[in-house]
Design a binder for this molecule. Sequence first.
Ligand code: GLY
Length: 324
Amino acid sequence: MKSVIVAVSVTVLMMGSKLIDSNSAFLFKDQNKYIIVIHGGVGTISREMPDSIKEDYLRSLSEALTIGKTILHNGGTSLDAVEQVVKFLENDPKFNAGKGAVYTSEGTHELDASIMDGRDLSCGAVAGVRTIKNPISLARLVMEKTSHVLLVGEGAETFGKKMNVQLVPNNYFDTPKRFEQWQKAIQKETKGTVGCVALDIHGNLAAATSTGGVVNKIPGRVGDSPIIGAGTYADNLTCAVSCSGKGELFIKHSVAYNISALMKYKNYSLNDAAEEMIHNYITEGDGGLIAVDKNGNYAIVYNTTGMFRGIANSEGIFEIKIWD
Ligand code: GLY
């Protein structure tokens, strides 16, 4: 069996991305193996938080994870799983994405999101959108319905209208919690982002990330979440990654792509690659990431006090955590 896998891998490399889908499916489909990891952001998350708030977070993460796990368990695609999980988290005001997006310095909201399909490196992203209820779904439409990767601002909104996605007034994203946070401009607690990575039973990897960005940002500021290779990356030959933290650092160091590159060119394990990027390139307290690889391994690495996260797989693991 081992020699068959090696031969198939060589074929994939020689014949180009179209074959990745069918060949990687051959590698994994008999195993019915899937894995999904989600995150709801990193930051200074106090262990002293009231039980009721903690339970609220855990319940939301558990619901999100169940949505993704059910899709994968029923043979659905990793792409559908990551989109639906992120969409659910976007609709939850607790997380800094979609409904819970932070305020800009002008008291508005500007949202970013991206999605990537590891089968053929297809990807789509939107940045600086103000009236799109679910930016992750618009990012998927950019991927599937245009020849572009990233649409921003008004152009993205116009495309959204054309695609009949749900539009909302910008004040739909107003929430008391984010207003208070904006007033206090507590920068250190504003690394919220949501994301999901998954491997499906067909052997395909996908990643999705969505955010409201950083609180009090200058309108027009774009972080790592909609930048393919910075906050999001997926390649069936290596891994799928979704990041959370100070976006500027993740852009400078192309964190998500570099994890894939370390695996591809330097033979790093997923965990070693993730540790390398977070601990050597992201300053202490500024970020974290979730990742899964083509063999069903996962990595959750952060240098903040906590990360809202969950993991489920075909072996029956189902875990939700905030701290170590
Ligand atoms: N990581 C989210 C942002 O910086 O916008």
